[in-house]
Design a protein around this ligand. Structure first.
Ligand SMILES: Nc1ncnc2c1ncn2[C@@H]1O[C@H](COP(=O)(O)OP(=O)(O)O)[C@@H](O)[C@H]1O
Ligand SMILES: [Mg+2]
Length: 320
């Protein structure tokens, strides 16, 4: 029997595009996923997320939807909520858990409460700086988190608006750039160490972690480093000792379960100087482009992207 016997009978709608800052990346993820699923034998449509989507889902319902959206409606739970409303099965995390994972400070608070490590942080809406005086608040931030510190939008992806602040004098301008992407800034202690991404997939009986991918971007893994082939170097499995690799897998699985994630997720983390896994964030809709981390882990695990997603689609259909 061919490996993907079931998926050859499936119609799958791959959702990609949308109006977020990550539209271009999403279109590339969607293309890649659509090709992989077609090769596995599924009948695939590629749909953008626009005013025609609900009508399409109603008039031509696919067996399941696979979401390749990044940075907006497809990660914050909105598209998931609409799919739940329409009763269309989809691969991935339910709406409510997406919302929680998408908001970095909310997710960090949950992880920290459960005893997992995440860099010390403060999240402040832009209004606070006006109300309490930017100078005083920024000073308090530096006193607590130290320098360098990391600034990022509380919600978002692809490191858009994120930056390292090395000196106090750089902070006001960095805040302004960050606030162009969000109303609330997440300031974090900067963790020096080895950057890793761990994909969790639930394609069998239990969720499992794929081999950790080490990212060497020669600094912050920013937008250019992510989507320019060759700009970052990957090692999979990461060049870390077995104990640390095991801790990474365990932490990614714990975060996946704690935050109520489903089918697939990717934890971004830094292993600090003491060998501790510091969780930066957990993604419900990991990138699937040629240079993305999930496909790298899938390859290293000896799997094919199309086979993995075929299995996830069967799980989604079974939930109907
Ligand atoms: N606290 C931190 N310490 C060190 N580097 C960080 C920290 N937070 C983020 N980074 C760097 O910035 C990148 C983006 O941060 P992340 O929290 O994963 O947000 P995004 O949703 O944009 O991927 C990471 O891949 C990492 O290179
Ligand atoms: Mg990330």
């Amino acid at each position: 029997m061919p490996q993907n016997a079931a998926v050859t009978e499936r119609t799958v709608a791959v959702l990609a595009g949308g109006l977020s800052h990550e539209r271009e990346v999403s279109l590339r993820s969607g293309r890649r996923l659509a090709t992989a699923l077609s090769e596995a034998g599924a009948s695939v449509r590629e749909w953008d997320v626009d005013a025609a989507l609900v009508e399409r889902l109603r008039s031509d319902p696919p067996d399941a939807v696979a979401i390749a959206l990044h940075g907006g409606e497809g990660e914050n739970g909105s598209v998931q909520a609409v799919l739940e409303l329409l009763g269309v099965p989809f691969v991935g995390t339910p709406a409510q858990a997406c919302r929680r994972a998408w908001d970095k400070p909310t997710a960090k608070a949950e992880l920290a409460r459960a005893g997992l490590d995440t860099p010390d942080w403060v999240a402040l809406p832009h209004t606070t700086f006006r109300a309490l005086g930017a100078q005083a608040v920024l000073d308090a931030m530096v006193d607590r988190l130290g320098l360098p510190l990391m600034l990022k939008p509380d919600q978002g992806g692809s490191a858009l608006g994120s930056q390292v602040v090395k000196e106090r004098a750089e902070l006001p301008a960095a805040m302004v750039s960050c606030l162009a992407y969000a109303d609330t800034v997440l300031a974090e202690h900067f963790v020096a160490g080895t950057e890793v991404a761990v994909t969790v997939v639930h394609d069998g009986k239990e969720p499992r972690a794929l081999p950790p991918v080490e990212v060497d971007a020669g600094g912050v893994y920013d937008y250019t480093a992510r989507y320019t082939p060759g700009a970052a170097t990957f090692h999979c499995p990461a060049r870390l000792d077995d104990m640390t690799l095991a801790a990474l897998a365990e932490t990614a699985l714990a975060a996946h379960q704690l935050l109520g994630l489903r089918d697939v997720s990717r934890m971004d983390a830094v292993v600090d100087g003491d060998g501790r896994v510091q969780i930066l964030e957990v993604n419900v809709s990991p990138g699937l482009t040629e240079t993305s981390l999930l496909p790298t882990a899938v390859r290293a695990a000896g799997m094919k992207l199309g086979d993995l997603y075929s299995a996830l689609i069967e799980r989604a259909v079974a939930r109907r």
